[in-house]
Design a binder for this molecule. Structure first.
Ligand code: KL2
Length: 579
């Protein structure tokens, strides 16, 4: 019997085959890997790339120490057949003036897409590994061994039709549009904020979007995930125009974006959003990855009180050796007639690696500590919090449970079970007690604590202190009361909602969590706070299930230009009673 406690994975009426259950990495009864490999054969026809010796690759220089990015010491790595950007850098693909500019697919590119490689080389996309961490073949890529995998890719994406693809975005054959309905939860007072965000009387209604827009760099690095796509839909200019159109049409008052590529942000995304009336903040990942998190908000609806970029990389803390980041903003609602409390908006993209739940929890602890600091009021309570992002964890997983229940008992919990991405995770590593060291300066309650004032404090005293602070117990807590704006199952069918979908997976990993006010539709009575310090969920843009995504050829497609769908919610904030 497991010693750790968290929400179970069972849900009446929902089969364990559903993607929410880490299905893509489950093994039992999976069809053989060749079903997936047949994709590759389709795409990577014998031809130019594989029969031609790639030219010498000029590696990018990195300003970061080789200790953190040892791969940069290896010389030189030939471009992988799935790594279109490396082919671009190598000169095989048409080169562009800016190294991070979009990939322009040409007929030539698709014609010369090479045959399936004998073995896909693993490239760390997440930065350096912790000491002691075993060589990680990415689980996503380890299916060639036949031990995992194909079960995870949605059935309908396993049989990509053969045939030639058009060579320019103009000739994309029509794909039906995904239908997403607005779910009104505000009964009986249903008020969506005006799209124009015009001045309104108390209360203050505002909308929040969370959207992983899929950086072009990651798209190129993980091109094998997009084999099911019609190549022109992957072109950045096509995707950018669709994404901006969607952002403009949805017109959220606050948007939390992930995988925002820095050059695209500076040159295209920020100028476009500014012209739509948004104030934009951005935090790039540390290390060499060019993407990061952005939080933007309408200038006419909020003013910026403070902005707090959060880096999870901490020198000397082995668990915090990855380059993921978060961004926390404190915003003041603009309303001339009433006074409202500030709102704390946080955005993050946690580590992907399904096996490193320990790192994900440590990253989350850093973010929660920052939010607690920013949102804390003089009386010790917190202003309303909206926490958005791509948490690379599924609903019901221990990490998800920790966010929602403010507590996690993790005794005996394998690190590979923390995010729920994998059903049959390899590796038996168990979370250590404590997960992160006291020296990080973050308590087991996910609050910053001042480091021991006296460096002379003896070891024994340190141990006693650690015990008092809970560092010897397999349990962590946080002080924010957070509720998920989505229920993760479709109302009608009970099927899991999908927030991200590509040829290897279809699951929920994106969330909008918030401080629920008393009487909010989603909150348990025991975890809701006073109306002026909490938010009431008025509505949300419904997500869809796998069946709906099948009809539009998965993601990205002609109309939906990321491998994630945007989450969109509307909240109500009540005026302060001390007005
Ligand atoms: O799952 V994601 O996509 O939230 O949409 O977050 C990560 C993955 C993102 C940033 O690291 O890049 C994607 N297999 C599949 N996807 C990967 C892999 C991988 N090995 N590495 C990174 N990503």
């Amino acid at each position: 019997m497991s010693r750790y406690r968290y929400v179970n994975y069972d849900r009446p009426g929902v089969s364990s085959e559903h993607p929410m259950f880490g299905r893509y990495l489950s093994t039992a009864g999976s069809p053989p890997a060749r079903t997936v490999l047949s994709h590759w054969r389709h795409w990577y026809q014998p031809g130019y790339l594989w029969s031609t010796r790639p030219p010498h690759v000029q590696h990018r220089s990195t300003p970061f120490s080789s200790a953190r990015h040892p791969s940069y010491n290896r010389q030189p790595r030939p471009p992988g057949p799935y790594n279109w950007s490396s082919w671009r850098h190598s000169g095989v693909l048409p080169h562009q003036t800016h190294p991070r500019q979009s990939v322009h697919f040409s007929g030539g590119l698709m014609d010369c897409s090479a045959k399936e490689p004998p073995q896909k080389r693993r490239k760390s996309t997440e930065g350096e590994r912790s000491p002691g961490e075993r060589s990680q073949r990415s689980p996503e890529r380890s299916f060639t061994k036949g031990t995992r995998g194909p079960k995870g890719s949605p059935e309908w994406l396993r049989n990509v039709p053969t045939g030639k693809f058009p060579s320019s975005p103009k000739s994309i054959p029509g794909t039906p549009e995904l239908r997403r309905i607005w779910e009104d939860l505000s009964c009986p007072r249903n008020a969506r904020p005006s799209a124009k965000g015009g001045k309104q009387k108390c209360p203050f209604d505002f909308s929040v979007m969370s959207y992983n827009i899929l950086s072009q760099d990651l798209l190129c690095d993980n091109a094998y995930l997009y084999r099911h796509c019609n190549p022109p839909v992957l072109d950045w200019q096509h995707r950018f125009s669709n994404i901006i159109k969607e952002l403009e049409q949805r017109s959220a008052d606050i948007m939390c974006l992930q995988e925002v590529q820095e050059d695209h942000y500076k040159e295209q995304i920020k100028p476009s959003l500014e012209s739509l009336g948004y104030h934009c903040e951005f935090k790039r990942r540390t290390g060499v990855k060019p993407d990061g998190c952005a939080v933007v908000f309408k200038r006419e609806r909020f003013s910026l009180v403070s902005c707090h970029p959060v880096e999870y990389f901490r020198r000397g803390v082995p668990l915090l050796d990855r380059d993921n980041v978060g961004l926390v903003l404190l915003l003041r609602p603009i309303d001339s007639s009433c006074s409202f409390t500030n709102v704390c908006v946080a955005n993050t993209h946690l580590l992907y690696n399904p096996r490193r739940g320990d790192i994900k929890l440590a990253q989350l602890a850093v973010l929660l500590a920052e939010i607690s600091k920013v949102a804390q009021l003089p009386d010790g309570s917190f202003c309303p919090v909206v926490l958005c992002g791509d948490f690379n964890s599924v609903p019901g997983s221990p990490l998800y449970h920790f966010i929602k229940e403010s507590n996690l008992e993790y005794d005996g919990l394998p690190t590979a079970k923390v995010s729920g991405q994998e059903e049959n995770a390899r590796g038996q590593r168990i979370l250590t007690v404590p997960i992160w060291p006291k020296s990080l300066g973050i308590s087991q309650k996910c609050q910053f604590e001042s480091p021991s004032k006296d460096p002379e404090v003896k070891d024994l005293e340190q141990e006693a202190l650690a015990e008092i602070d809970g560092f010897t117990k397999p349990s962590i807590q946080h002080s924010l009361q957070l509720t998920s704006a989505y229920s993760h199952y479709l109302k009608e069918s009970g099927h899991p909602e999908i927030t991200t979908c590509h040829s290897r997976t279809a699951i929920t990993v994106d969330y909008i969590f918030y401080t629920a006010a008393m009487g909010d539709v989603m909150a348990h009575p025991e975890c809701s706070v006073s109306p002026e310090m909490g938010l009431q969920l008025l509505g949300r843009l419904a997500l869809v299930g796998e069946a709906e995504l099948e009809k539009v050829n998965g993601l990205p497609n002609q109309h939906n230009s990321s491998d994630h769908l945007p989450l969109l919610t509307c909240f109500r904030l009540h005026p302060r009673t001390d007005n």
